[in-house]
Design a protein around this ligand. Structure first.
Ligand code: HEC
Length: 108
């Protein structure tokens, strides 16, 4: 009885999640970046709005910044963006840069 009710409920919950793009961030992102930049990178979270976190999914902005600049901003911080150089190693920082790049859909 319970199961017959639960399954359709889960299906309904899964629908809007699947429609979101991109659907899921890495554990690294969730633990360190989501609070300000959000799962979509738009920075529309409570913290993000307070600190004016930038929209990392902005394709035009991404074109203007090199990977090196993104790495350095993550490691050393940038304006109100905190530094993560002591918390994350180079590999993790590079993975996050790749993740930022993946926020922008190719061709848009
Ligand atoms: C406490 C809130 C906060 C957290 C947590 C945070 N950021 Fe930011 N981030 C900001 C703000 C505010 C800015 C805008 C600062 C600026 O304009 O330079 C920013 C800007 C950036 C930029 C652009 C900097 C540039 O060079 O222009 C990158 C890249 C970035 N964040 C990546 C990350 C990553 C990756 C994480 C997780 C490791 C993270 N941020 C976590 C607040 C945050």
């Amino acid at each position: 009885m319970k199961r017959t009710l639960l399954l359709p409920a889960l299906a309904l919950l899964a629908l809007p999640l699947a429609a979101q793009e991109p659907a899921k961030r890495s554990a690294l992102w969730e633990a360190n970046c989501s609070v300000c930049h959000g799962d979509d990178g738009h920075g529309q979270t409570e913290e993000g709005l307070k600190k004016r976190a930038r929209n990392l999914a902005d394709a035009k902005w991404q074109e203007t910044v090199s990977d090196g600049r993104l790495e350095s901003s993550i490691k050393r911080g940038h304006d109100r963006m905190p530094a993560f150089g002591r918390k994350l190693n180079d590999e993790q920082v590079k993975a996050l840069v790749a993740e930022i790049r993946s926020l922008v859909k190719k061709g848009s």
